[in-house]
Design a protein around this ligand. Structure first.
Ligand SMILES: Nc1ncnc2c1ncn2[C@@H]1O[C@H](COP(=O)(O)OP(=O)(O)OP(=O)(O)O)[C@@H](O)[C@H]1O
Length: 311
């Protein structure tokens, strides 16, 4: 698999703020890479460094085999939508696109107009951009980013301002160009569920560092089934914990709010029920559950439910 972007130990500080902290990042040809992180995690900063909008403080960054310190030639082969798209507001949408096409030495062809139709902005292309809604601007921004069929497309929070149908259109469009144009895509969001619908690889970023780069397949595999049990009497919770540990030698569990216990290792449901019953402890429910990707992610970035205590 060809590596299109390789970033090693990237640091970026804004004064005292360390926006990127020894971050590593790898993009492979054909990927739809979902970059996920909370507000302020460093997603935009990373994408801006790659785009050459801001300088890095230290570290190495290679895009299409070009060292960012030496050349920005690779930018011709990339499309960017980072923060709100910049257009001349007093010009019409189509004039803005024509202007960009001239800079890129390409012509606006039927295919681009078909994409405009697909994104439902064909009817406003002859209107001045200053009259566009946020969603229309965003759609025009996406069109501008892809009009030269880039090898790498970088979209920072592209669903901002899009309505539900716009989000679905974007999702389908990205899958289509990934397949038909072989465009490799980086798309950032703070919603893992949104990314998991299109991405094949996920990068989880927190406090400027890459916590994990993982294929979607492996990520799903990690969210294995677990056993959820709720004691009938809340006061019995410490006893249940004690029996799990002392009698059943089960340690891979968490106590969640509302006296819910989640057991992750393949524990036998019947044995647990019987052992608890022998000790006069009854359960109001016992069931096999599965974590959503979002729950896994919240656990990882530390914003999830509070553990009351952990084994
Ligand atoms: N120009 C700047 N000057 C000072 N601090 C900045 C600047 N740009 C970003 N930061 C800081 O760097 C950190 C990372 O910001 P960044 O915008 O990259 O995060 P993000 O993951 O894109 O967040 P969001 O989802 O809110 O857009 C934050 O603490 C932010 O306040």
């Amino acid at each position: 698999m060809e590596k299109l972007i390789e970033i090693k130990e990237l640091n970026k500080s804004f004064g005292n703020v360390k926006a990127l902290d020894n971050l590593n990042f790898n993009l492979y040809s054909g990927d739809i890479y979902g970059l996920v992180g909370e507000n302020g995690a460093g997603k935009s900063t990373l994408l801006k460094v790659i785009a050459g909008h801001i300088n890095k403080t230290s570290g190495s960054c290679t895009v299409l085999n070009m060292d960012l310190d030496k050349s920005f030639e690779f930018r011709k082969e990339c499309g960017f939508l980072i923060e709100s798209p910049a257009f001349y507001s007093y010009m019409t949408g189509i004039k803005n696109l024509n202007y960009l096409a001239e800079l890129r030495n390409i012509k606006i062809d039927n295919e681009i107009l078909e994409i405009a139709e697909f994104f439902n902005i064909d009817s406003v292309l002859n209107k001045k951009v200053k009259g566009y809604s946020t969603g229309m601007r965003q759609r025009l921004g996406i069109l501008a980013a892809v009009m030269h069929k880039p090898r790498i497309l970088i979209l920072d929070e592209p669903i901002n301002g899009l309505d539900p149908s716009g989000i679905i259109d974007l999702r389908n469009f990205l899958l289509k160009i990934n397949k038909e144009w072989n465009t490799t895509i980086i798309v950032s969001s703070h919603i893992l569920n949104e990314l998991s619908q299109i991405a094949n690889r996920i990068g989880i970023i927190k406090n400027g560092s890459m916590l994990e780069e993982i294929t979607l397949e492996d990520l799903k595999e990690r969210n294995k089934k677990f056993l959820k049990l709720v004691p009938f009497e809340k006061e019995e919770l410490p006893k249940v914990v004690n029996i799990l540990e002392e009698k059943l030698k089960i340690y891979d569990f968490k106590v969640m709010p509302n006296s819910v216990i989640e057991i992750y290792s393949g524990a036998d449901r019947l044995i647990i029920q019987k052992t608890l019953a022998k000790n006069d402890i009854y359960l109001s429910s016992i069931s096999i559950e599965e974590n959503t990707l979002e729950e896994y992610y919240m656990d990882l970035v530390g914003g999830g439910e509070n553990d009351i205590f952990k084994s």
